[in-house]
Design a protein around this ligand. Structure first.
Ligand SMILES: C[S@@+](CC[C@H](N)C(=O)[O-])C[C@H]1O[C@@H](n2cnc3c(N)ncnc32)[C@H](O)[C@@H]1O
Length: 262
């Protein structure tokens, strides 16, 4: 029975085998049972993804493989963007030699690659979409560190226990794609042994208006993707609750960086 077969055919096959039990009917019934099991597993996966750890929140619509190719091309040509370079500089100052890195929302993984180049031992990158995987793998191979990079599709805010701790935790332009900054940064700080660093848009009237209009556009286009300008002081405070000290290390006009250490 084909995967797309209807319920009537499933019911008929099961009824037939229940009646006579001939070999042909048994094959049809087996096929029907496989079909039902397959469909149920698909629904269960979708349900789990939506309700628990991997709801992509529209990121899989917004961040495409094409977008990833563009980011990777720019990185090959020009290196890190300025905000990412500030994040790496902060971590270098804090001490990255021998450190394990957890990058949440790591995109194509360029920050992780730079940290490995500066003495970090291992990087785990969490993402909500597979759109970056091919480019991330290519960049890691080019840098000769593919065996030290692990990528996972996982929302640490929804399921923190499924991720191990790391010496440093990085979130570059991620908290602005996530509605619940307390859960996300709480989970990030809770997994960081030595440092947590994140970037976010500056919060002012202009950025709030821009984000409101952008979200209106997403809504009109039927996209689930939304962006947020969370309050900077409150975000740092979430990390301080896990025993970190520090705050704004780069008060940029568009992107700001907060870095905290124990
Ligand atoms: C604007 S992109 C930034 C990607 C990369 N850090 C960069 O700056 O190029 C934000 C990324 O964060 C990911 N993301 C958002 N919330 C996340 C979460 N809770 N866990 C893992 N990834 C998340 C999204 O899938 C998206 O790829």
């Amino acid at each position: 029975m084909a995967r797309g077969a209807g319920r009537a055919e499933v019911a008929h096959a099961v009824a037939t085998v229940a009646g006579d039990g001939r070999p042909g009917d048994r094959r049809a019934a087996e096929s029907a049972v496989n079909y039902v099991a397959y469909e149920m597993s698909q629904h269960l996966c979708e349900y789990r993804a939506r309700m628990s750890c991997c709801d992509p929140r529209g990121c899989d619509q917004f961040f495409s493989p094409r977008f990833a190719r563009r980011v990777a091309r720019r990185y090959r040509k020009r290196g890190l963007d300025r905000t990412a370079a500030r994040i790496v500089a902060f971590l270098e100052d804090a001490g990255v030699t021998g450190a394990s890195v957890l990058e949440i929302g790591g995109g194509v993984g360029e920050i992780g690659l730079e940290l490995l180049g500066r003495g970090a031992t291992r990087v785990v990158t969490l993402e909500l979409t597979r759109a970056y995987d091919a480019e991330a793998a290519r960049l890691a191979r080019e840098a000769g560190v593919a065996d030290r990079v692990e990528r996972r599709i996982h929302d640490i805010a929804a399921d923190p226990d499924a991720v191990g701790p790391a010496d440093v935790v990085v979130l570059h332009r991620v908290v602005c794609c996530y509605p619940d900054y307390e859960r996300l940064l709480g989970a990030a700080a809770g997994h960081a042994r030595r440092a947590v660093v994140f970037s976010h848009p500056r919060r002012n009237l202009a950025s709030r208006t821009f984000i409101a209009l952008e979200n209106l556009g997403f809504r009109v286009r039927g996209s689930d993707f939304r962006t947020f300008v969370h309050p900077p002081a409150a975000m740092a405070e979430v990390c301080r609750r896990s025993g970190f000290a520090g705050g704004l290390v780069h008060p940029g006009r568009v992107w700001q960086v907060q870095g905290l250490t124990r």
